[in-house]
Design a protein around this ligand. Structure first.
Ligand code: NAD
Ligand code: MG
Length: 298
């Protein structure tokens, strides 16, 4: 998608709507090896200083939805720290290049957020290297499809909950002391919180937990002038899906059963992550924004 994004466009054909080749990588996967590569707005996102001078930490910022948010934040004028797993260094370095090309500071913080001690270190590093912290976008997530419920291992269960849910506590508890009134927190739930698939019992459970977490925390932080909102993506073409998140045989028609008949691209979420981070959403908190191709959330 290289056209300027303010032209009249048909959403059915605005992004790739064909079938996908079956492909598999070991989790967490590398975006640069995907065919086709997800569109994270590298060529299309245009900012207009909606986040001028802001300081953002984005988990999962190397690829997929987090990368789209990180690029958009930088083009809107924010300095951006991204977290990712060390294996994803190559993807992360590409994102750093886009952040720097936007004239903003990029801070790379590889490490595993299923480790409480690392979460604290990451927050300290982000705060000190950015010189502040007023946007925390929690996008990292683990998703492993398992056909039979009895085959979900305790190891997978713990890692999925630690990564998707516990890390929110471990990151935001140390972060809040640095976050002034006006700061914004964005979490990432899923259509799976509303319409869980039979092969994602553990993952869908974490996504429901994230929704409750975000609404409860929003109420607690409202008196401090800090807003908390969640984004609920539908089927989006990202490394998560080709590294165990979907059954491989489902990949060719991924997203085609939505009313818009195609998978979404990460670039199509950038606007919502920007809106929820910016003062344009000043009266929005405890909200969940669906970006689902029409699979409505209710
Ligand atoms: P992605 O693979 O590009 O991003 C997920 C990221 O999570 C990885 O890049 C990795 O850096 C990070 N991560 C995973 N485990 C980690 C760990 N232990 N420590 C640190 N980082 C870790 O895929 P994505 O689809 O862009 O995923 C982003 C978020 O969107 C996830 O929370 C996912 O659950 C959510 N989501 C995705 C879809 C979809 O269809 N792609 C749908 C709904 C929700
Ligand atoms: Mg990645």
């Amino acid at each position: 998608m290289k056209e300027k994004n303010n032209k009249l466009q048909n959403p059915l054909t605005q992004y790739y709507a064909g079938t996908y080749e079956i492909q598999q990588q070991q989790a967490p996967g590398l975006q640069l090896e995907m065919k086709p590569k997800p569109d994270c707005g590298e060529e299309s996102y245009r900012g207009c200083n909606k986040l001028e001078g802001r300081k953002a930490l984005v988990t999962g910022g190397d690829s997929g939805i987090g990368r789209a948010a990180a690029i958009a934040y930088a083009r809107e004028g924010a300095d951006v720290a991204i977290n990712y797993l060390p294996f994803e260094q190559k993807d992360a370095e590409e994102v750093a290049k886009y952040i720097e090309e936007a004239g903003r500071k990029a801070v790379l913080i590889p490490g595993d957020i299923s480790d409480e001690a690392f979460c604290k270190e990451m927050v300290e590093k982000a705060y000190h290297e950015l010189g502040g912290l007023d946007i925390v976008a929690l996008v990292a997530g683990k998703q492993v499809a398992v056909k039979n419920f009895e085959d979900i291992t305790t190891e997978q269960l713990l890692k999925t909950f630690e990564t998707n849910v516990f890390s929110l506590f471990w990151i935001l508890q140390p972060a809040l002391k640095y976050m002034p009134a006006g700061s914004t927190i964005i979490t990432t739930t899923s259509i799976q919180a509303y319409r869980p698939s039979e092969i994602l019992v553990d993952y869908a459970s974490t996504k429901s937990a994230i929704m409750a977490f975000s609404r409860a925390l929003a109420k607690q932080l409202a008196p401090r002038g800090i807003r908390v909102n969640a984004v609920a993506p539908g089927p989006i073409w990202t490394p998560l899906q080709i590294s165990g998140g979907q059954l491989p045989e489902k990949l060719p028609h991924f997203g085609q059963s939505t009313p818009l008949k195609r998978a979404g691209q990460p670039a199509e979420l950038a606007g919502v992550y920007v809106f929820l981070a910016s003062p344009e959403s000043s009266y929005v908190t405890a909200e969940v924004y669906g970006v689902t191709g029409g699979e409505h959330t209710f």
